[in-house]
Design a protein around this ligand. Structure first.
Ligand code: ADP
Ligand code: MG
Length: 238
């Protein structure tokens, strides 16, 4: 579904991504791990042209992303950030229905119907009329996931969705993501939750210093990483 070929990204003189080639298949759950500053967020952001690649190509369903079709592709690929990015002056339900109504042109009534179903799905049906500042971090992130789903995307990219949460709220968000994975959603998740990556991901992708150093099945990667860099990293975090 997503194909990446020889992807490079530089910011000025900083060469951040140094030639990444990979594919994410339909329905696949990819966990992206690696040290801070290794280029994980930049990689994710290049997948929906929040950052413009300096070289190489990104294809979604066989179509190369360009500035022209970036808007359309972004509607089809949701994104969930570490810091939620909810609209503070809109209710939870309005947060979820805003883009479907205003960007996609969905009728208000059906957007509300879907929005309510999605809030139910993430366990927040009773918060539909609340404002974000009344919610816990875990609840905010679940709203952000419902909001991404409301566009009915083909894939969702998550950038450290639990890193800003208090420890007791991490689990509720991971549970929602896990059930989403079980529905067959295509997901790419930058995470430091190694247990989650091991349990839920179909594939692990280890980035270091802008390079895809190792990729493989979680079980193999976590029990017997092939590269020294991955071994060192896992020794520190496990
Ligand atoms: P990670 O998510 O793995 O921690 P990032 O992709 O955020 O890493 O960053 C990788 C490198 O790119 C870092 O050195 C960071 O400072 C740099 N970088 C990221 N975004 C920008 C930007 N917009 N402008 C300049 N440098 C950036
Ligand atoms: Mg990051």
């Amino acid at each position: 579904m997503i194909k990446v070929e020889n992807l490079h990204k530089s910011f000025g003189k900083t060469h951040v991504l140094k030639g990444i080639t990979t594919e994410i298949k339909n329905g696949e759950v990819l966990a992206i791990i690696g040290p801070s500053g290794s280029g994980k967020s930049t990689f994710l952001r290049c997948l929906n042209l929040l950052e413009k690649p300096s070289d190489g190509l990104v294809e979604i369903n066989g179509e190369q992303i360009t500035e022209k079709n970036a808007m359309k592709i972004r509607q089809n690929i949701g994104m969930v950030f570490q810091h939620f990015h909810l609209f503070p002056h809109k209710t939870v339900l309005e947060n979820v229905t805003y883009a479907p109504i205003n960007v996609k042109g969905v009728e208000k009534e059906s957007a509300i119907k879907l929005g309510k179903e999605l809030l139910e799905k993430v366990g927040l049906a009773n918060k539909a009329d609340a404002y974000p500042n009344r919610l816990s971090g875990g609840q905010k992130q679940r709203v952000a996931i419902a909001r991404a789903l409301a566009m009915e995307p083909e894939a969702i990219l998550f950038d450290e969705p639990t890193s800003a949460l208090d420890p007791e709220m991490v689990k509720e968000v991971l549970e929602v993501m896990k059930s989403l994975a079980q529905t067959g959603m295509t997901m790419a998740i930058v995470t430091h939750e190694m247990g989650f990556a091991r349990e839920v991901a179909d594939r692990v992708f280890f980035l270091d210093n802008g390079l895809l150093v190792e990729e493989g099945e979680p079980e193999a990667f976590f029990t017997a990483p092939k590269t020294e860099r991955a071994q060192e990293f896992l020794e520190k975090v496990l």
